[in-house]
Design a protein around this ligand. Structure first.
Ligand code: LLP
Length: 419
């Protein structure tokens, strides 16, 4: 459940009518609901209790400082994959001991920054990375807490571009080699093994692949303990999917996910970490846009919006479906539109043949489920200003990232003296 509902025929974010935000901030604009973010975070903490656990929000899904602060203040940890994300989490007030660092290409500089600022653990993804981290930590006279991300060779049965746990994917180390690498880690200076990490993909709509991966992690935990390692934490990654379309996909509920976690790894006495991004932020946000023109083409009607692929890349990049709804309820969806943006590429198409009520220039539409992997993946392609973000709480809202002015955008470029 989210807090984007129609009241008197007008779509609201909590108690704020979306036309009010459009009038104040302009469109396109991302709008997030604080109550929905909090609700989704609590769903996970409830699902995992009574196991000792930490829910580390995947910052890549939505890195806005206000969103991170809201979740951090509730007690969330953060999963970061770059120095930029690490700095965002810290700037939002999240202490280092609640931040886990994932990613296949951590640089020594990123390792140093995290070790200086405080870090809960590095989720190490390769032997060369392990050696680099050992070097950095030892040189700093400190010890890096480490889990090894294992690749369990499980097919997450999700979109090709967001599956990460098969042996052909670049992520983690083959689980069959894990015992050797743990032995190597134990002998390295500046490294303290604390647990195991696994993440098999995103937008999973079935628990079975998770269960298969976690069962392998449970076996590995027992084997590593027998080898003499301390395995106190299991980072089980993120990946639980959300319903995008109203009708099809029905992903499992966090409660069922939690029961499965208890079933597979609950008796190991480990602290459980998870890294959800999409499920916390996805349905906590909409992209609000205006119709610029209605264009009658050959046998089709194009609804041309002021939002484009640079603002929401998911349909162009993954063929992803987002519900597109009129902000003012306009009767039966008896018109069929190709919903497109103004960018000069045919790929700038959000939906083909989408049934909607009759629409006209100036009307507002909302893309549902846009709170995760929306604003963070936006660009300025076609020199379009980076889309702003707004956070709603109850009956008030705040701009949490302003739309840059054209002067600000121009000022970032510099001309060489010789030109
Ligand atoms: N942990 C790690 C190590 C990850 O790589 C990811 C996502 C997550 C956690 C969070 O997964 P989630 O709970 O959000 O599924 N841009 C794509 C999604 C890419 C996901 C990448 N990794 C999209 O728009 O669908």
């Amino acid at each position: 459940m989210d807090h984007f509902l129609y009241r008197d025929g007008i779509l609201h974010a909590e108690a704020v009518p979306l036309p009010e935000i459009a009038a104040a901030v302009g469109t396109p604009v991302y709008v997030y609901s604080a109550a929905t973010l909090a609700r989704h975070y609590h769903l996970f903490t409830e699902a995992l209790s009574p196991l000792p656990h930490l829910v580390c929000f995947a910052v890549k899904a939505n890195g806005n400082l206000a969103v991170l602060k809201l979740l951090g203040d509730l007690g969330a940890g953060m999963d970061v994959v770059s120095e930029g994300e690490y700095r965002r989490a810290r700037a939002a007030g999240v202490p280092g001991d609640r931040i886990v660092f994932s990613g296949v290409g951590k640089t020594k500089r990123e390792m140093r920054t995290a070790l200086e600022g405080g870090i809960r653990q590095f989720n190490v993804e390769s032997e060369p990375e392990l050696l680099a981290l050992s070097e950095v930590a030892a040189a700093m006279g400190t010890t890096a807490p480490v889990t090894l991300r294992v690749n369990p060779d499980v097919d997450a049965k999700t979109h090709e571009k967001i599956a990460t746990g098969r042996k052909e994917d670049k992520f983690g180390v083959p689980i069959a080699r894990a015992r050797d690498i743990y032995a190597q880690a134990a002998a390295l200076p500046g490294i303290a093994v604390v647990g195991i990490d696994v993440h098999i993909g995103s937008q999973l709509t079935d628990l079975a692949p998770f269960e298969a991966a976690y069962a392998k992690v449970a076996d590995l935990t027992r084997a590593l303990r027998a080898d003499g390692h301390r395995i106190d934490r299991l980072d089980l990654g993120g990946g639980l999917g959300i319903p995008y379309a109203r009708s099809n996909e029905v992903p499992p509920l966090p409660l069922d996910y939690g029961a499965m976690v208890r079933r597979t790894v609950g008796d190991l006495g480990c602290e459980i970490e998870i890294e959800p991004g999409r499920l916390i932020a996805g349905n906590a946000g909409v992209l609000l846009a205006s119709v610029v023109y209605l264009k009658h083409g050959e046998g089709r009607d194009f609804l041309i919006l002021d939002a484009a692929m640079n603002d929401l890349i998911r349909p162009a990049m993954y063929g992803a479906w987002h519900d597109i709804v009129p902000v003012v309820e306009g009767g039966a969806p008896d018109h069929v539109y190709d919903v497109v943006g103004p960018v000069c590429e045919s790929g700038d198409t959000f939906a083909r043949g989408r049934p909607l009520p009759p629409m006209t220039a100036g009307d507002l539409v909302a893309f549902r489920s846009a709170g995760a992997y929306g604003a963070v993946m936006a660009s300025e392609y076609n020199a379009r200003p980076l889309v702003p973000e707004v956070l709603v709480s109850g009956d008030h809202f705040a701009v949490i990232r302003a739309r840059p002015s054209f002067d600000e955008m121009l000022a970032r470029d510099t001309l060489p003296a010789w030109l």
